[in-house]
Write a protein that binds this ligand. Structure first.
Ligand SMILES: Nc1ncnc2c1ncn2[C@@H]1O[C@H](COP(=O)(O)OP(=O)(O)OP(=O)(O)O)[C@@H](O)[C@H]1O
Length: 233
């Protein structure tokens, strides 16, 4: 993965003003952005996904320009072909596991015919050990199973990168350890580039390729951050 970001955004709410200046550059398929609550992690991830628009700057991923204020480029989220895994997984409560995963295909940029879609969904249910609970609804699943459904739904359309917003925050401490290991293995197996935001140094330690620290809206490259760790691309 080659990612090149340099964006500014100012947000105002009442008397408060928040300045985001995210500047990063990496060739590692694993990027972790770590920072305390309110440091701008979600805003950065949302800007990459196209869910918010920066005031200025550019966002490039794998040779494709997602956003370039000067050139007037601002691809809509679907055109960016990245998947976004929300902190609470955002599963549809009225859809069962199979339907939730299938939704990832319908919404995605790939629209296979019904039979091909079914086969693809089955393949992902199988890969995530979700076949036995394919007909269950989200509130009938454990936290780890819910996360697997969300991952399967995110990956089913074969995104060019997976954006993960605090993926372990909703899990209890024991499950968190297991799911970190699962995500680590998944990235190695699928080779899908992942950008993960977290406030937990342990997530960065276990998962991190390149780890960057965000403080008050800016990427800080001193204080031991911004260094390449773990495996390189
Ligand atoms: N729509 C908005 N209008 C004004 N300010 C906003 C808006 N969205 C976010 N902010 C502010 O921007 C700052 C960064 O928010 P962001 O959600 O990126 O933080 P975060 O690092 O992801 O925090 P957390 O770990 O708590 O989710 C916060 O101070 C927040 O109050």
């Amino acid at each position: 993965m080659h990612i090149d970001i340099d964006i500014h955004k100012t947000l105002r709410s009442g008397k408060r003003t928040f300045h985001l200046h995210a500047r990063l550059h990496s060739d590692n398929p694993r990027l972790v952005i770590i920072g305390p609550s309110g440091s701008g992690k979600s805003l950065t991830l949302k800007a990459i996904a196209g869910l918010i628009t920066p005031d200025s700057g550019h966002i490039r991923l794998n040779g494709s320009t997602f956003f370039d204020a000067q050139a007037g480029i601002d691809l809509v989220p679907q055109q960016r072909k990245v998947a976004y895994l929300f902190q609470d997984y955002a599963l549809f409560p009225h859809l069962n596991v199979r339907q939730n995963v299938g939704f990832g295909l319908q919404r995605g940029w790939r629209n296979p015919d019904a039979r091909a879609a079914q086969a693809t969904v089955d393949q992902w249910l199988d890969a995530f050990h979700l076949m036995p609970m394919a007909e269950q609804f989200p509130d009938e699943l454990s936290g780890g199973q819910r996360q697997r459904v969300a991952l399967a739904r995110a990956l089913v359309a074969r995104p060019q990168a997976l954006l993960l917003d605090e993926p372990f925050a909703a899990l209890d401490p024991v499950l968190r350890i297991d799911m970190r290991a699962e995500l680590d293995a998944l990235q190695t197996r699928l080779q899908v580039p992942m950008i993960l935001i977290t406030h937990d140094p342990e997530d960065a330690r276990v998962f991190g390729g390149v780890v960057l620290q965000l403080r008050e809206g800016s990427i800080v490259t001193d204080a031991g951050s911004g260094i390449a760790r773990g495996r390189e691309a």
